[in-house]
Design a protein around this ligand. Sequence first.
Ligand SMILES: Nc1nc2c(ncn2[C@@H]2O[C@H](COP(=O)(O)OP(=O)(O)OP(=O)(O)O)[C@@H](O)[C@H]2O)c(=O)[nH]1
Ligand SMILES: [Mg+2]
Length: 490
Amino acid sequence: MFESLAHEARIAARSLMDAAAGTLDPTLRLGVTGLSRAGKTVFLTALVQALTRGGRLPAFRAYAEGRIASAALAPQPDDAVPRFEVESHLAALTGPDRRWPEGTRRISELRVVVDFESRSGFLSRQKPGRRLTLDIVDYPGEWLLDLALLSQDFRTWSRKTLAASEGRTRAPIAAAWRAHLATLDPSAPEDEMAARTAAELFRAYLIAGRSERVALSTLPPGRFLMPGDLDGSPALTFAPLDVPAEGDAPAGSLWAMMERRYESYLAHVVKPFFRDHFARLDRQIVLVDALAALNAGPEAVADLETALTDVLSAFRHGRNSWITSLFRPKVDRLLFAATKADHLHHTSHDRLEAILRRLVGRAIERAEFGGAAVDVVALAAVRATREASARQGREELPVIVGVPEKGESSNGQIFDGEEEIAVFPGDLPADPEVALRADGYRGRAQSEDGGDLRFIKFRPPRLAPERGVVHLPHIRLDRTMEFLIGDALI
Ligand SMILES: Nc1nc2c(ncn2[C@@H]2O[C@H](COP(=O)(O)OP(=O)(O)OP(=O)(O)O)[C@@H](O)[C@H]2O)c(=O)[nH]1
Ligand SMILES: [Mg+2]
């Protein structure tokens, strides 16, 4: 309690400082929320590149109207956090090997300062220069799952995790851990070896659940999957136990020991992460790789829905009054983006948006009720494909063309990472409910021509610099920027 009061005071002090710096020159903290592999690092790289180097951005009005004087990287506000290495991510994407950036293993931060002319000044030619400071944070998506733990005690978490592991997809991969668990008596005296074996087997289960084939989303604790600087630390030597619905842990028992470690994980790992990076956000974009889940089947989709709902309930969304904006600002603009939309033909983008809207329906309702502006978009931060049409018999089929990554396969063909191919990506169902049903999307798509319509991973696009600058192609990145920060650039 005391800790959280002190924290509120710190946030308030910071907000006051920001306010004193002039409401004319706002600082916005953009929260990028997304489970692992959702596309956060790629999005942030493309966003920073577009802000600082421009590109084809007709829907980003301040830029399209020529009112952005300059946008540059600036020293970040928190010295203790590493810098988001936008240059090396960009070099990976646009270098000779055209690689996607590596999965993120630690937190990083970056500040972009945009000098612009306000629309009124611009029109009246007075040109009063104004400045927007934008702070962004990148982190491993696995850590986000932990936010859902903040509202669960050890018993609740244990029981939920156990129940979930009985699902059709999970049961086989959880078998080894469950077999060991069955040999443990929670009330027996504490036993370090037993705790360690349980933690290892539990972790192996979580890792198996993340494989592409299964693509499960709700697998906290996140540091079991991506330990960061906690690798090998005793802070991660715990696992759920089959504890009774009532009663307390006997002193000195295995149960008491696991409970203590779970609580300390929340206090020393999860809370500081949330407090330092998410408690004070002004704008939020939630990136969702809905296609990966659709691809893995209805259980993965249902899982994604649960994970997003759990995670989003940790945030505060709504319209700010002057008090909240000073003391504890709420997220007043919230955008849900279905990423990697370049895996589909544009004729399916509306359907992808509809599916995402359905997946995060509860969070949208809550945020809109609080007065926040909410939107949904099908986005490709970096577009790796182009569209074409192919003739099959008498039919013209809409296809996408790109270079699959080396080792990707389709219909028994394995790609070499160089050859360009055209694929018919399949249609998403018009009714989002169909995508969520057990016989849902995949069953249908596969049966239509007997082919394998799994989404293929493409390499980043081949690009030629224009006057020394590479502009990354995208789908609706400009619309995304306009929604998230356009109102601060008026
Ligand atoms: N075609 C396409 N693929 C994308 C796009 N964005 C991301 N990807 C793919 O998705 C993968 C993951 O993207 P990242 O940006 O690294 O995801 P992340 O959310 O930062 O993931 P973590 O760091 O693991 O939490 C990339 O390696 C690409 O294969 C996009 O706009 N288009
Ligand atoms: Mg990342």
